[in-house]
Design a protein around this ligand. Structure first.
Ligand code: DP6
Length: 350
């Protein structure tokens, strides 16, 4: 039974963002936010959102929802939040009885071109399921329900609930996998792929010309959609093996190929579009040239934007930092890059 609430309650959660290794790109027809192919991500525990939700019994027929980002009202985000609340209302019915004040902030600079929806909707979903009070926070059932709700806000958000790696989307080779929610990577990760980090090289901090949601939509009539969905499933099955056996060379190939396939799908959609910029390519070329020369364990990946995520084995951190400073910073907007370890999941802060 949900809490019967007479006064304002509040809760605060920190939720990390994530970077996909095998990309979610395309949604299944006939469901709400179900992925056309399975995906896997690493959790970026230093790039997170912190959200406090104040919930009080509704005063009027229409629910009041206010959203603040970094202390400032952001009415432009409210329609997305209303859609989210409406979608989760059958799963967390009590939400429709509350007036809500939502206060959020991110560790990464707003407008750095980093997708904040995964961390933001993840944190919001954590607060909602916690406030409902039906499940023990931190339990498997709790995270499963949170992951379902987060997915209904933004698909990739459902993978942010797990330490290390999260998998979303049904796949025979991954026991327990589901289209409805993400699960923690169910196997032991090899020591060679365990302590990696991500340096996000900021190439463009502007608003994207085509949002991810619009990009997913274009897959519905995409000539290569079917082949891409098949390829993603194959890549995930193989990447799962690679994460267990520590074959770094193959890891690098799979991850970089996934990033390029994602952007190849954008370039071959109708209408076609480009999110990578000349500096994205310059950074990729530099990474390839350096790897050829020194054989460091590093791979690039991209999300739906121009920024480059440089994933690397933290044993080589000093070398990689010197390499970024000397060779990659000139291609970064305002010389900006952000670092995160791969690791910890969400945290309840009060
Ligand atoms: C390229 O989760 O942002 O980052 O479900 O429409 O909110 P919606 O899309 P979103 O798409 C993310 C796409 C991606 C790949 C990934 O994270 O798997």
């Amino acid at each position: 039974m949900s809490n019967i609430q007479t006064e304002t309650q509040s809760v605060t959660y920190r939720c990390p963002s994530n970077i996909a290794l095998v990309k979610y790109w395309g949604k299944k027809e006939g469901g709400v936010q179900l992925p056309a192919n399975p995906s896997i991500s690493w959790t970026l525990n230093d790039l997170f959102a912190e959200t406090t939700v104040f919930a009080s019994p509704k005063k009027e027929e229409n629910q009041k929802v206010e959203f603040f980002l970094d202390g400032k009202p952001k009415p432009s985000f409210e329609p997305k939040i209303h859609t989210f609340l409406q979608r989760i209302s059958s799963i967390v019915p009590v939400v429709s009885q509350w007036d809500l004040r939502i206060e959020s902030k991110n560790t990464f600079p707003h407008g750095a071109g980093i997708a904040s929806s995964a961390a933001g909707f993840g944190a919001l979903a954590l607060c909602m399921v916690d406030l409902e009070g039906d499940l023990q926070p931190g339990s498997t059932e709790f995270y499963q329900k949170v992951s379902i709700c987060a997915r209904l806000g933004s698909g990739s958000a459902c993978r942010s609930m797990f330490e290390g790696a999260g998998i979303w989307g049904e796949l025979d080779s991954i026991p327990g996998s589901s289209d409805e929610y993400a699960i923690s990577f169910p196997f032991e990760i090899h020591s060679r792929l365990k302590n990696w980090k991500d340096a996000v090289l900021i190439v463009d901090d502007g608003e994207k010309k085509v949002s991810s949601t619009q990009g997913h939509d274009l897959l519905k009539s995409h000539a290569y959609a079917h082949a891409r969905f098949e390829q993603a499933s194959k890549n995930l099955t193989e990447l799962s093996e690679v994460l267990q056996n520590g074959n770094v060379e193959r890891f690098v190939e799979l991850v970089e190929s996934e990033a390029l396939q994602l952007h190849a799908m954008m370039m071959s959609s109708i209408p076609y579009y480009l999110l990578i910029r000349p500096n994205t390519l310059a950074i990729i070329e530099k990474i390839w040239a350096k790897r050829e020369e020194v054989h460091w364990e590093m791979a690039f990946t991209l999300d739906a934007g121009a920024n480059v995520h440089l994933l690397y084995n933290s044993e080589q951190e000093d070398d990689i930092m010197n390499f970024i400073d000397a060779e990659l910073l000139p291609y970064c907007k305002n010389q900006l890059y952000l670092c995160s370890a791969i690791g910890g999941g969400p945290l309840k802060l009060n």
